[in-house]
Design a protein around this ligand. Sequence first.
Ligand SMILES: *[C@@H]1O[C@H](CO)[C@@H](O)[C@H](O)[C@H]1NC(C)=O
Ligand SMILES: *[C@@H]1O[C@H](CO)[C@@H](O)[C@H](O)[C@H]1NC(C)=O
Ligand SMILES: *[C@@H]1O[C@H](CO)[C@@H](O)[C@H](O)[C@H]1NC(C)=O
Ligand SMILES: *[C@@H]1O[C@H](CO)[C@@H](O)[C@H](O)[C@H]1NC(C)=O
Ligand SMILES: *[C@@H]1O[C@H](CO)[C@@H](O)[C@H](O)[C@H]1NC(C)=O
Ligand SMILES: [Zn+2]
Length: 483
Amino acid sequence: MCLVYSRAPGVLLLLAHLLLRTSCSLEPTAEWEREPAYWNDQARRMLQAALTLPLRAHRAKNILLFLGDGMGVSTVSAARILRGQMEGQSGEETLLAMDTFPYVALSKTYSVDKQVADSASTATAYHCGVKANAKTVGLSAKAVAYECNTTFGNEVFSVLHRAKAQDVSNATAEGVILGGGRMYMTPKGTPDPEYPSSSSRKGDRKDKKNLIDVWLSARKGRNAQYVWNKEQLNAVNVKTTDCLMGLFEPKDMRFEVFRNRTRDPSIVDMTEKAIQILSKNPKGFFLFVEGGRIDHGHHDGVAKLALTETIMFDQAIQRASELTSESDTLSVVTADHSHVFTFGGNTPRGNPIFGLAPKKAEDSLPYTSILYANGPGYIHVNGTRGNVSAVEHFSEEYMQQAAVPLESETHGGEDVAIYAKGPMAHLFHGVKEQNYVAHAMAYAACLEPYTNCPLRLQGSGGCKITLSGPLVSITGVFWLVMR
Ligand SMILES: *[C@@H]1O[C@H](CO)[C@@H](O)[C@H](O)[C@H]1NC(C)=O
Ligand SMILES: *[C@@H]1O[C@H](CO)[C@@H](O)[C@H](O)[C@H]1NC(C)=O
Ligand SMILES: *[C@@H]1O[C@H](CO)[C@@H](O)[C@H](O)[C@H]1NC(C)=O
Ligand SMILES: *[C@@H]1O[C@H](CO)[C@@H](O)[C@H](O)[C@H]1NC(C)=O
Ligand SMILES: *[C@@H]1O[C@H](CO)[C@@H](O)[C@H](O)[C@H]1NC(C)=O
Ligand SMILES: [Zn+2]
């Protein structure tokens, strides 16, 4: 026997935990978990943290909004287990960065015309504070998709827009836009710099505009830069750069598992650069980070793609937490909608997340714990479900089985979580309509329509609180202890 439960609290327990985990092979259920004292001590520490949680009832200087597209609660739970298992643990006990946020609410995601919503109407809700119709963005529900004459007069404005409008130093404000989508910015037929011989990746604009040039020339006199690969992004001097546009793929960014690590930056790299540039603004900043391909992995019915995207998205949240301070930065993590993704099957502790349930189904065939309610994973052979044991169900591109055949798996209609920390994060509690997200953020930063909010910046009128080196490391240590 190699394990001994340690009563040492905090760091020591964590160290013991790590040492034990790496020094011997474990039974699926760690022995210390059989000790009531382990659970009692762990819960006591959580209770202590809850009792001493500071109420940050002051104004947020910065806002970070993280949006996991299609990142329902089941996706977060499965990604957490996957990350733990990639680190050699049984997985369930792992904490994602978002799991450490002290406040959580539920968001009702339906839109004005749909019970199960799309990403456009939901973006209008959490950005602009107003629920909308499917296939419309930045317009109230008076606007109807494909009826262009219903657009004008029905515009609604995002919190980001309001923050920009309210910033009196707006003419010198920093701005960052990073992601994919190069071919939508250049005139039809323009060769792509990364794939110059590819005909399917040429510029796509029928109006013959080059929006990269338009963007750059609108920022003449400022230090504005355009980059299209990781090397150029790394070379950007954050001290001298005011505005940055980076477009790293002709269409979507590649899935994280297929990313060319030398040529394409990750969502973590992009988040880091953005914060380094934006945090130079003494008045604060608003940053929106979207993990946009979680949704695509699910639509493809390939859970591994969705979950690995979720893990990287969470690492971007972690990196942002290291680069900002909870005392002046409101961080909000949420999703636009869920997916019909689930995992179950009475699996034992530590069961590989992409593995099989322990028993065969009524049709005498094995089944994976992860399943989709619908999607391309419906594969029946001669009226029988496929035999998942006969295929490589751990691979990057394995499609989990689905109950109903669809070319593309669909969004889910249940609530998604909102995780929050920082100034006014306590506004995120209970069951809320999705459009509340924009209102709570606007209030926390005293933006339209809450410019009369009574909140003051912490330390304003007195001394400015700046984030110092030691504070960063203390935050880091606390995070470790809480794991
Ligand atoms: C908008 O255009 C459609 C036809 O394209 C027309 O039927 C409708 O009356 C127009 N609505 C308004 C408000 O002008
Ligand atoms: C900056 O903000 C002021 C006040 O809101 C506004 O009048 C002005 O048009 C803005 N300037 C720019 C360049 O956006
Ligand atoms: C990754 O990108 C580099 C260029 O930076 C290229 O040389 C290499 O072939 C690419 N790797 C793959 C696997 O595509
Ligand atoms: C399906 O059934 C037919 C007729 O019984 C048979 O010829 C065929 O081999 C079966 N296909 C598979 C993949 O089992
Ligand atoms: C399913 O596939 C596995 C592995 O190929 C095989 O051992 C098993 O017999 C198959 N089960 C059925 C019911 O065909
Ligand atoms: Zn989608």
